[in-house]
Design a protein around this ligand. Structure first.
Ligand code: GDP
Ligand code: MG
Length: 440
């Protein structure tokens, strides 16, 4: 293993930066990939302009070709634009919390309503009422009732002759009387964007005052995705987007288009016809699809792993010198979160397994990792470099800044001391794995 790291150190010594010609050449490919993935033209333009600006002059790791480097930058920017963190449905309101589904006919509103109800009932332990407001297709209300019976989730009794906003009011009343936590309002769609659909959706919204308005959209929607999302957001006001048919063979460009024009988060993905086929949105998965299968994605992965190796090498170098301040620790914690918890970077370094076990024993999970990063972020640069100056008053300020207790700051500092000691010991080890590295 140490031999491998030594090799990495060697390869990382030389660098260049991306020229305009490199970027332009790569950008042509990227533009083609985005258009093939059905990202709307206007979004492709603004996206490539933004990335171009960022890419020109960026540092290239030597072992990576300039084109690969651009792809890596594009991939990161795509993920950032799609929304780096998956956002949950917000149920923080007075019960019953109304949630309204809107979208074109056949986009998956009714199915998604049932999926969401199932998840909220079984995972979140909420009492959910589903109501169909689709008065245009006789089978629509029955479809939701059948799904409700299958899942043992209540549906609003069907009353003939009521208008959708009246049904919405009745659903909310039933929700209050029945002690429900959530009322899901499944509305009617039409085959194309039209004025009647928008007017009706706006009326339902006014009647029920939904806490979330979710646009349910087929991930196979092409260039129309932009108009669809923009119209619903302007006329009705969206709080989020649900992307259905991710299990199909579309490239998912609609996700980027809708997110870009509305700025609203994509909250969930439908991955099949069954009611359990609902997942949190994974930006990296969609970014990979948009950039295209095969070559491009594997290039990205290769470039990414090289960049991580570069960070590992820098960390090893610091260890060797016996320096490890809170800024370094923050870097490590971030890496751990990024790589899916304890392991990752530390696992790549020799002699660190002991520390890994120690951290694991302390019961550190992703949430705690994130909190520790937040604590370090509340410190000044000076404090990060020199933790010894952290006396009571500074600790108090940091705790207030991060929204935690002083004892949490103390815990973090103790963990830092342990890590620093361990780093020093490993770095000094004569016959240890680092000895080989020092010579490499
Ligand atoms: P609505 O008109 O918007 O209410 O759409 P429906 O919920 O009735 O769905 C239309 C069709 O799409 C049905 O046959 C669903 O089974 C199917 N469907 C919905 N979501 C998904 C999904 O995520 N994946 C797949 N493969 N099919 C879906
Ligand atoms: Mg429906």
């Amino acid at each position: 293993l140490s031999e491998k790291l030594g090799g990495i150190l060697d390869r990382l010594t030389g660098r260049g930066s991306l020229s305009e010609a490199d970027v332009d050449a790569a950008m042509r490919e990227i533009r083609r990939a985005l258009l093939e993935a059905d990202v709307a033209l206007e979004v492709v333009r603004s996206f490539t302009d933004k990335v171009r600006e960022q890419a020109v002059g960026a540092t290239v790791v030597k072992s990576v070709k300039p084109g690969q480097m651009v792809v890596k930058i594009v991939n990161d920017e795509l993920i950032a634009m799609l929304g780096s963190d998956s956002q949950a449905i917000d149920l923080n309101a007075v019960a019953p919390v109304p949630i309204m589904m809107v979208g074109l006919q056949g986009s998956g509103k009714t199915t998604t309503t049932a999926k969401l109800a199932r998840r909220m009932t079984s995972r979140d332990k909420r009492k959910v009422l589903m109501a169909s407001l689709d008065v245009y297709r006789p089978a629509a209300m029955e479809q939701l009732a059948v799904l409700g019976r299958d899942l043992s989730i209540d549906t609003l009794p069907i009353v003939a002759g009521q208008k959708p906003p009246d049904i919405a009011r009745r659903a909310m009343e039933a929700g209050r009387l029945g002690g429900y936590d959530v009322v899901l309002l499944d509305t009617a769609g039409r085959t194309t964007l039209d004025e009647d659909m928008m007017t009706e959706a706006a009326e339902i919204k006014a009647a029920a005052n939904p806490h979330e308005v979710l646009l349910v959209a087929d991930s196979l929607t092409g260039q129309d995705a932009v108009n669809l999302a923009r119209a619903f957001d302007e006329r009705v006001g969206l709080t989020g987007i649900v992307l259905t048919r991710i299990d199909g063979d579309g490239r998912g460009g609609a996700a980027l288009s809708m997110r870009a024009v509305t700025g609203k988060p994509i909250k969930l993905m439908g991955t099949g016809e069954k009611t359990d086929a609902l997942e949190d949105f994974h930006p990296s998965r969609i970014a990979g699809r948009i950039l295209g299968m095969g070559d491009v994605v594997s290039l990205v992965e290769k470039a990414a792993s090289t960049l991580d190796a570069e960070k590992a090498a820098a960390a090893v170098e610091k260890m060797r010198k016996g320096k490890f301040d809170l800024a370094d620790m923050r870097e490590q914690l971030e890496q751990m979160t990024k790589m899916g918890g304890i392991g990752g970077l530390m696992g790549m370094m020799p002699g660190i397994s002991k520390m890994k076990n120690q951290i694991a024993a302390a019961g550190v999970d992703d949430k705690i990792l994130k909190r520790q990063v937040a604590i370090i972020d509340s410190m000044t640069r000076e404090e990060r470099k020199n933790p010894d100056i952290l006396k009571a008053s500074r600790k108090k300020r940091i705790a207030a800044g991060a929204g935690i207790k002083v004892e949490d700051v103390n815990k973090l500092l103790k963990m830092h001391r342990n890590m620093a000691d361990m780093m020093k010991a490993v770095g000094r080890g004569k016959g240890g794995p680092m000895a080989g590295l020092a010579q490499a």
